[in-house]
Design a protein around this ligand. Structure first.
Ligand SMILES: [Cu+2]
Length: 451
């Protein structure tokens, strides 16, 4: 049921213009469950901060019978802003008749294009889809630069063995990977037999890389809820939101879904349960950080030959043509956000508003409202704009910036990427957040890092 009267409250929570939310909750706040024209199986944030979502050759997922595909391969998708979604403005359902992109591996490339290498392989440019041949890939890989500047990839799952390849889940800080939960295998489809899932979390630290060091894997406590098919989203400030998944792994079902997200604090190693969402988000769901510092959580379901239209046969309640937005505790208690006023540097012409930052450059940022929590000024972080399918997000990376000088709102603070972190900082588009001393983030500006 939609509580339309609450929408202005939601807009207040998520929009930049209105400062204070109406509903307050120390455990975070969920928006209403709002409709989407498709059940998003994959999603990506574009360099302009819009949300690109797609399913397969049906808005509900995947038709595999040749008779159903008589119109040829295609993919259903939508591009929309978070404001459009929360304001329930029309979101257009679009199709591309090139190929089908159901269940792909997806990466955000340095030039802002989004690489989809899946069942049918495609390179996405902002509003066009181009054929681009690559094979399916759903591993967790983290690129970094080797000692001579060569491009290397560290492979962190889903298998147990770790690999260092030359060529859950996220790099929450340069050289530090966090992974949590999972199961030994998928549960059987339609058999009623599920697989037990795990609560264990690990941190993986690159020690002395890229100069020929090693990788240190450390157990990092247990989540409050065992879960697989969940999502790990790195937040500005460095905490990690764990959302969705289920305690007993079984494809295409909501049964045993974990509705409570939890937040992991790497500084204390603790997990804290947060306000429950309204819809289970399991296999084929997604969760992405938005430029507002909140998290868009959507989809789930999409079994073989599932529905084309929400609510119509053979749709089931387990195919979710909707999403919900979570506002973490750092914004859900009436905090006043800092605001980035200007960012120095040249503006990328292709994606207006993005400032170009060479890996060795100094950035000057003027921000207001940095006094929250007492006079120390804001800290600043880059969080890489990312994409996700099957809970796999190769692009998440948080890069705290080193403050060089403090000029405050009038003259700006100057900052740079820490020298020790540069090997891990992939080229591409990043959110730039100013974070008040009390942990409240600004709305992000966009920065394109060039190596
Ligand atoms: Cu899939």
């Amino acid at each position: 049921m939609k509580a339309v009267s609450l929408l202005p409250a939601c807009a207040a929570l998520f929009g930049a213009a209105i400062a204070a939310p109406v509903r307050l909750n120390a455990d975070g706040v969920w928006s209403n469950v709002l409709p989407l024209p498709l059940s998003p199986i994959s999603g990506a944030v574009t360099p302009t901060g819009e949300l690109l979502m797609w399913s397969g050759n049906s808005p509900g997922g995947w038709l595999y019978n040749d008779a159903d595909k008589q119109n040829g391969d295609r993919t259903y998708y939508s591009v929309f802003s978070l404001d459009t979604f929360l304001g329930q403005q029309p979101i257009q359902l679009q199709t591309t008749n090139t190929v089908e992109m159901f269940c792909p591996g997806t990466s955000n490339l340095p030039d802002g294009t989004i690489l989809v290498n899946g069942g049918s392989s495609v390179l996405v440019q902002t509003d066009s889809w181009l054929s681009f041949g690559m094979s399916f890939n759903a591993n967790l890989k983290f690129p970094y630069a080797g000692p001579n500047g060569e491009e290397k990839v560290f492979h962190a799952g889903p298998v147990k063995n770790l690999h260092d390849i030359s060529v859950t889940k996220n790099m929450y800080s340069p050289g530090r990977v966090f992974k949590a939960g999972g199961a030994t295998a998928y549960g059987e489809l339609n058999s009623g037999v599920g697989m037990a899932t795990r609560a264990q979390a690990y941190t993986i630290t690159f020690k002395d890389l890229p100069t020929g060091g090693r990788v240190v894997v450390k157990a990092s406590g247990n989540m409050n809820r065992a879960r697989a098919f969940g999502h790990a989203v790195v937040l500005p400030g460095g905490k990690i939101l764990l959302v969705g998944g289920k305690t007993n792994l079984h494809l295409f079902e909501d049964t045993n879904g974990v509705l409570e997200p939890e937040i992991y604090d790497p500084t204390t190693g603790t997990f804290t349960l947060l306000a429950p969402m309204n819809v289970a988000r399991n296999y084929h769901s997604l969760a992405l950080l938005t430029k507002y510092g909140n998290v868009f959580v959507a989809g789930g379901g999409a079994y073989p030959n599932s529905c084309s239209v929400a609510g119509q046969a053979p749709c089931t309640a387990n195919v979710h043509f909707n999403g919900q937005v979570f506002t973490p505790p750092y914004l859900s208690q009436g905090q006043v956000r800092p605001a980035i006023v200007t960012v120095s540097g040249t503006t990328n012409a292709q994606y207006g508003g993005a400032k170009v930052l060479h890996i060795n450059d100094i950035l000057t940022v003027k921000a207001n409202g940095c006094g929250g929590g007492g006079g120390a000024g804001c800290t600043y972080e880059l969080l890489r704009i990312a994409s996700e399918t099957h809970s796999v997000n190769n692009d998440q990376l948080r890069v705290p910036l080193q403050i060089n000088t403090r000029g405050g709102a009038a003259n700006g603070d100057t900052m740079a990427i820490f020298a020790a972190d540069k090997a891990f900082v992939m080229a591409g588009y990043y959110y730039l957040f100013a974070i008040a001393p009390n942990g409240t983030p600004s709305v992000a500006a966009t920065v394109q890092v060039i190596r």
